[in-house]
Design a protein. Structure first.
Length: 388
């Protein structure tokens, strides 16, 4: 009672009710998302090995829009060395590069698990990623399909083996992709951002509300693909891993395979500029998300912003005792978020340092606001290949 008496005496009652009310609401929402949703990733268990999983035929489809000889030298050998059987790798060659095509032909002679199909590019009729994937799906020998990009490499020769376990009783399989370390001051920040953004949709899937994956580490069956009449939003050259996944994925038919050999590593072409371009490439998709997905994406982020603003407002505008309470709640929230981030990184076999995580956690709402403003002015359609 003395606490509130001091506020009444100093004329701070209504300010206190509003400020502390907003603070408590934002703190409760943050506690739910940090502990109740993100906190569940660390305890998630992958599908167990089974005789059925060993019999799952896997076709890995890789779209190639550029003559990436590094893919042939580094990533493709790991894909071909997968221990899982029956298994094949299907390359969809859209490069138009004769030397690159000849190199693939030579590799096919010594690798019976490798097949390829060629799509002739036409300047008047550009080939989208969805077109290339559709051709790869038709060329695939097996019903269970895994997709990846030429800039990605499995962490282990057991990648296909553990991903195949997700197909037992399910039609959609989601995996995690980490970013390879690169030179420059942005390396840690970009990799932490990738971890945090991925953790969001992974937490939604763990909670039974899957809506996206990553084309670099994604799987679904031919039957569900044809049952959905193929990819949706064909006017967009993206959306295979979110708009299409949100169309076909449910709590019952979707499985997650996380960490260890299931993790992919992706090469990065640049620093912050590359990451920003990757984020903006998805800008035209946002308007096509359902209200449920927009809610899942927005509530945690904007409640975080509200929490920070409430802490600052209470600390600056109300008596010191209220400021101490607000700062104490901020410390509790930061400690909980850091612990959950550490456990999540360990569960996903993410090797990036989390030293910059507190700073990213603080500025993420501002970054997303800037990207949102850019989304408003983004073009409706994009035909730029995202094979890299």
């Amino acid at each position: 009672m003395e606490f509130w008496s001091n506020f009444v005496a100093e004329g701070y009652l209504w300010q206190s009710l509003v400020g502390l009310g907003l603070l408590l609401v934002a703190f409760a929402v943050q506690a739910y998302f940090i502990v109740g949703r993100l906190g569940r990733i660390a305890s998630y268990r992958n599908p167990a090995p089974s005789p059925e999983a060993e019999q799952v035929g896997i076709s890995v489809i890789v779209p190639l829009f550029e003559a990436d000889f590094r893919f042939l030298e580094e990533s493709l050998p790991v894909l071909l060395a997968q221990r899982h059987k029956p298994y094949e790798v299907v390359l969809v060659n859209v490069t138009g590069n004769e030397d690159f095509t000849e190199q693939i032909k030579l590799l096919k002679i010594t690798n019976p698990r490798l097949s390829s199909t060629i799509m002739r590019a036409d300047p008047l009729f550009p080939i989208s990623t969805k077109m290339a994937l559709n051709v790869g799906i038709k060329a695939a020998r097996y019903d269970h399909l895994l997709f990846t990009l030429p800039t990605c490499t499995p962490r282990s020769e057991r990648w296909a083996e553990v991903m195949a376990r997700g197909f037992v009783g399910h039609d959609v399989v989601l995996g995690y992709t980490s970013l390879q370390p690169f030179k420059g001051v942005w390396s840690r920040s970009v990799r932490v951002a990738n971890l945090c953004l991925s953790a969001g949709w992974i937490a939604d899937a763990v909670a039974g509300a899957p809506w996206r994956g990553e084309l670099s580490n994604l799987g679904f069956t031919k039957s569900i693909y044809y049952g959905a009449r193929g990819f949706n939003h064909l006017n967009l050259n993206s959306g295979e891993d979110d708009l299409f996944v949100s169309k076909i994925a449910t709590r019952e038919n979707t499985s997650l395979v996380l960490g260890g050999p299931a993790t992919m590593t992706r090469r990065v072409w640049g620093g912050y500029g590359w990451w920003k371009e990757q984020r903006l490439a998805h800008a035209p998709l946002h308007r096509h998300y359902s209200a449920r997905i927009k809610w899942l994406r927005g509530v945690e982020l904007w409640s975080r912003a509200l929490f920070v603003l409430s802490v600052v407002g209470v600390a600056l505008l109300l008596p010191p005792v209220a400021g101490y309470v607000a700062l104490g709640m901020w410390v509790v929230r930061e400690v909980a978020a850091m612990l959950v981030a550490l456990r999540t990184a360990r569960r996903l076999s993410e090797r990036c340092s989390l030293a910059v995580y507190p700073l990213y956690d603080l500025v993420a709402p501002a970054i997303e606001l800037a990207l949102y403003v850019k989304r408003i002015f983004a073009p409706k359609y994009t035909w730029k290949s995202k094979s890299t």
